[in-house]
Write a protein that binds this ligand. Structure first.
Ligand code: 5GP
Length: 122
């Protein structure tokens, strides 16, 4: 899948649509999810044009990977989520219901987050 530079996170990176920013550095931008599923729900995205975790892990440089994951940890720490715990999650592709085709990590915290994934109904 090639990168679509009209996706909503590409527009946020370019400043074409607003976001509630919590962190920015050379490698990553972090902002609050527009539809939070926990008291703390932050999205962290790399600055580069990567479709998903699959693309990022295969094609990003060592510096991009290191810079990005350092930022994820820092954002969770700065949000105060480290002492009580948090979950970070990245959806890749259709089975994971990825909606936005720019790689992003969700950070959830601020309540008991329950089991790891929902079990199938049958
Ligand atoms: P995915 O299912 O792709 O892992 O998650 C996409 C996330 O992006 C969803 O949690 C959704 O609420 C969030 N989202 C979609 N559009 C926007 C937006 O314009 N601004 C912000 N802040 N979050 C968005």
């Amino acid at each position: 899948m090639s990168y679509d530079d009209q996706n909503v996170f590409a527009k946020i990176l370019r400043g074409e649509i607003p976001c509630d920013k919590v962190h920015e550095d050379d490698w990553a931008l972090a902002f609050k999810d527009i539809s939070p599923q926990a008291p703390i729900h932050i999205l962290v995205i790399p600055k580069g044009p990567y479709v998903s975790m699959d693309d990022f892990s295969a094609n990003a440089s060592e510096a991009e990977v290191a810079g990005f994951f350092r930022a994820v940890g820092r954002v969770a720490r700065d949000a105060g989520a480290a002492p009580d715990g948090y979950r970070f999650l990245a959806n890749h592709g259709d089975d994971a219901h990825q909606e936005v085709p720019h790689f992003h990590v969700h950070i959830f915290a601020g309540r008991d987050l329950g089991g790891m994934i929902r079990r199938p109904k049958n």
